[in-house]
Design a protein around this ligand. Structure first.
Ligand code: AMP
Length: 466
């Protein structure tokens, strides 16, 4: 079974010179590894020749010196794909590389197209064939079909046919292209290194790693074309409102990144501060669920004056684990991932901070374990409002029926997770913490206000039939 929703990390480097690019792109992929652990891949291009390697696994499992060595050129792009319960097949790894009438093309894609199924059916009816089950392949097929003698024209035509949230990096016509969807739902930033290389990446932490100076975020509905060390911009659709994904600030982006000019870390600290300001309860200590709850717990502790401490210790060396989606296996995974400081929690009123509750299973087990270790009370604070609606634009939220926030009142959720109390951040406070105007953000997972019409029937495994 394949999931339609894809959370991914993208990187791209265009250099004025031919150079070994494999290791550089590999390093860049490591900096976005948190965005996807299922598969990794790199394509490098020089004067009509495309070399690439991709496979399932973490970047460090997929790549080694021998397969990085041939990845030389003047343009390189890379991709990491999120680990899901869906297909982990190698065929679905990216970059997607094809030879077509315009030469060799490579594409990496983060996000989700909401009209992928209908386009795919049309293309199949016309006699096109597909080798993967991911929606990204539709972009490649449309590009080949639309190509007359010029990449940018085909790209503009293609982008006007697809709908959804997406960030793309392409190698096309011997140039590198960076693209963001018309609402700027999925992130993509741009920078320049000391050696005059232009870099595209999902997050600014990649620019820091490559010692590249931040130029700017790619704009909504914008294509940036990079040729050598020069770039120019095209707008293919400027009719939509900006709607940057609020969940990037809550959970997905690395805290040392900036998205749309806002520091992710500072936004999370502020989320914790705003939560603390509305909290009148009495506790002995504030502790994060590592790593996602750390900045907000710092903010909560700062604003409340309560001592910040750790009660959960994360095993950093777990990497990927092999598990069946059974209850027992999930518990095994959580015990592998997190240990408990029994002495710290004994007889204490613990205030536990995390970024979000999706299904509620993780938090239920954590509360159980902290209480099992001797805590007197466990109070849970969440730095985002209840997730009530599925995401159609690239964040992996389950179907509505599995979202605990969509189906139960807060009091019932508190009972379910076994917490002595539960508080969520209110939407207004989340927006204040992010620091962008509400009409520039997509908060649809919290308020159902989607920036475009979304499919009425939720079908996440639509590609299964192919
Ligand atoms: P659960 O409530 O058990 O489904 O899981 C909630 C936890 O998963 C939270 O602590 C988040 O840190 C993490 N989380 C939230 N959203 C996502 C996502 N889209 N992909 C992976 N993990 C997530």
């Amino acid at each position: 079974m394949d999931k339609l929703r894809e959370e991914c990390g993208l990187v791209g480097i265009c250099s004025p010179h031919y150079q070994p690019l494999g290791t550089k792109i590999y390093d860049a992929l490591m900096s976005v590894q948190h965005r996807g652990q299922e598969a990794a891949g790199i394509a490098a291009y020089h004067e009509g020749v495309m070399t690439y390697f991709k496979n399932t696994g973490l970047a460090s499992e997929v790549f080694h010196q021998e397969n990085l060595r041939p990845l030389n050129g003047s343009i390189g792009i890379g991709h990491v794909r999120y680990s899901t319960t869906g297909s982990q097949e190698r065929k679905n790894a990216q970059p997607l590389v094809v030879d077509f009438k315009g030469g060799s093309m490579a594409l990496v894609h983060n996000g989700n197209l909401i009209n992928a199924v209908s386009i795919r059916e049309e293309l199949i009816d016309e006699g096109h064939s597909f080798t993967t089950t991911i929606d990204s392949e539709i972009i490649v097929r449309l590009l080949s079909k639309n190509y007359k003698n010029n990449g940018i024209e085909a790209l503009i035509q293609t982008l006007r046919q697809i709908q959804g949230g997406f960030a793309l990096i392409l190698i096309l016509d011997g140039k590198m292209y960076g693209v963001r969807d018309p609402n700027a739902l999925r992130p993509l930033v741009m920078g320049r290194t000391k050696n005059d290389e232009i870099v595209f990446a999902s997050e600014t932490c990649t620019l820091d790693l490559l010692e590249a100076e931040f130029i700017r975020d790619i704009d909504k509905g914008e294509i940036v074309e990079v040729d050598g060390c020069d770039y120019r911009s095209y707008y293919y659709d400027d009719s939509k409102r900006r709607a940057m994904c609020a969940f990037e600030y809550v959970y997905f982006s690395r805290p040392d990144s900036r998205q749309e000019g806002r520091s992710v870390y500072e936004a999370r600290v502020k989320m914790g501060e705003l939560l603390a300001k509305k909290d009148r309860g009495e506790y002995d200590l504030v502790a994060p669920v590592p790593d996602s709850g750390i900045p907000a717990a710092v903010g909560f502790a700062n604003a409340s004056g309560l001592p910040y401490t750790h009660v959960l210790i994360k095993n950093k060396y777990i990497g990927r684990t092999f598990m069946d989606p059974t209850q027992e296996e999930r518990e095994r995974l959580l015990r592998l991932k997190l240990g408990i400081l029994k002495e710290t929690v004994k007889d204490k009123r613990v205030l536990l901070v995390d970024d979000s509750i999706v299904r509620g299973t993780t938090m239920k087990r954590l509360v159980e374990r902290i209480k099992g270790a001797g805590a007197k009370e466990v109070h849970v604070r969440i730095c985002s409002p209840p997730i009530k609606y599925s995401c159609y634009f690239g964040i992996d939220t389950p179907l509505k029926k599995a979202l605990i926030g969509a189906n139960y009142e807060i009091e019932r959720i508190a009972q379910h997770i076994g917490a002595d109390s539960l508080m969520y951040l209110e939407l207004d406070d989340l927006i204040e913490a992010i620091g962008l105007p509400q009409d520039c953000l997509c908060c649809a997972c919290f308020d159902g206000n989607y920036p475009m019409e979304v499919p009425k029937v939720q079908s996440r495994y639509v590609f299964e039939k192919y």
